[in-house]
Design a protein around this ligand. Structure first.
Ligand code: NAD
Length: 370
């Protein structure tokens, strides 16, 4: 058999650790390096860190570029201050990046991986369609990837699947599309303090309003990316996007391991976005995110309504689990990315995602037409 597909896992938080566990279960794939900036993780054997057998791969700090630049510049007080930078393995095929949400933050990491001539899969929400907010950076990444003959993809559960890829797939059998309305009603309770803070869970309504104004409470990151992706793939000229965020106020007490919400306090953020085409709001995305919605009779689910010819409805109840879904999407897209044309790509430009259940080398050969 040929050599396994060699993967570098960059970022070993909630998502990255789950991806690494999944990668270790796949036939025809091996993890050849792992990077994280957290000093508590650096130096540990990856397999043991993941709760399994030793792997012989040590978790390292982020690597230094050939030109001496670092993907993350350690400053005094930063988590990597004083930590030696990590080393790239002699050979690898693809880097899976699970470190941050924003293109500006992951761009140095992507560029460093591209300097090594490696393909990249990122779950940063903004990377689902980085042209939406960071056009210049997106072009830079695209050029760097093309010049090395490799591909870069942003994916995830949302953005990356539910409110964009799945929506687009559902328009496949349509002769005409007049309007798209899609909602993802989910439960935030598995998530930790960072998500609680950025969604404003556990605040008073006044604190929520102040948090929105200061930018500390942001709601969902990804509407702009999903709307741009839908419009681009359909050939709609997007004129503008309008977003609205409002507090979901609890009527009953809701408690998770990370947060306590009393009646009258904020249990989550109802975030909606409208994408205008020809003066009409043709794309409507709805994403109320809250903890324990079932306590007030709200069931989770993903819903897509296409109005057109024919009109179509899709309902997935309960919601596609966000954490598991994200881990799977990043890993399952490996063959599509390795078989893709070079450049910065989106989910809309690659073949349909599918699970990897057999030897991934065989699946890759088939995708490449070998
Ligand atoms: P997390 O905070 O649990 O983990 C992030 C990890 O990355 C940590 O271990 C941290 O030490 C490490 N890290 C951060 N910056 C780094 C750097 N420069 N170099 C090396 N390591 C670095 O977060 P998570 O839940 O694993 O999610 C990761 C990111 O993915 C978040 O920004 C999250 O919003 C995003 N995400 C996207 C989707 C999607 O659907 N697109 C879904 C889930 C999470």
């Amino acid at each position: 058999m040929t050599t396994p597909i060699q993967v570098v896992q960059w970022g070993l938080g909630a998502m990255g650790s789950g991806m690494a566990r999944l990668l270790r279960q796949k036939d025809g794939i091996e993890i050849v390096a792992a990077f994280d900036r957290d000093e508590n993780k650096i130096g540990q054997d990856l397999g043991a860190f993941l709760g399994g057998a030793k792997s012989g791969v040590l978790i390292q700090a982020p690597p230094t570029g050939a030109d001496g630049s670092t993907a993350e510049i350690p400053t005094a007080g930063s988590p990597t201050a004083g930590t030696p930078t990590g080393k790239w393995p002699p050979k690898a095929d693809v880097v899976i990046l699970a470190t941050s949400s924003f293109t500006r933050e992951v761009a140095p990491q992507i560029k460093e991986a591209l300097r090594q001539g490696l393909n990249v899969i990122s779950i940063a929400e903004e990377m689902a369609y980085p042209y939406a907010r960071e056009e210049a950076l997106a072009r830079e990444i695209d050029e760097a990837a093309r010049s090395k003959g490799v591909s870069v993809l942003g994916t995830g559960i949302n953005p990356g699947f539910v409110l964009d890829t799945l929506v687009l797939a559902l328009t496949g059998p349509c002769l005409e599309v007049k309007k798209i309305k899609a909602s993802r009603i989910n439960d935030l309770s598995p998530f930790g303090p960072t998500v609680m803070r950025t969604q404003g869970v556990g605040t008073t309504v006044e604190e929520f309003t102040a948090g929105l104004a200061s930018g500390e409470i942001v709601g969902h990151v990804g509407f702009r990316e999903s709307i741009h992706l839908i419009a681009k793939a359909l050939g709609w000229r997007l004129e503008r996007i309008e977003e609205e965020r409002s507090p979901i106020v609890a009527k009953v007490r809701r408690e998770t391991p990370y947060v306590k919400v009393e009646p009258g306090q904020v249990a989550g953020c109802r975030h909606t976005a409208l994408g205008y085409v020809d003066g009409e709001a043709k794309i409507e995305l709805i994403h109320p995110q809250q903890v324990l919605p079932h306590l007030e009779g709200v069931e989770t689910g993903d819903y897509i309504e296409i109005s057109g010819e024919p009109s179509l409805n899709l309902m997935i109840k309960p919601e596609i689990p966000g954490g598991l879904g994200t881990m799977a999407m990043a890993v399952n897209m490996i063959p599509q990315v390795l078989a893709a044309r070079p450049g910065l790509l989106s989910m809309a430009e690659l073949p349909t995602p599918s699970a990897l259940l057999g030897d991934v080398r065989e699946i890759l050969k088939w995708r490449k037409g070998e």
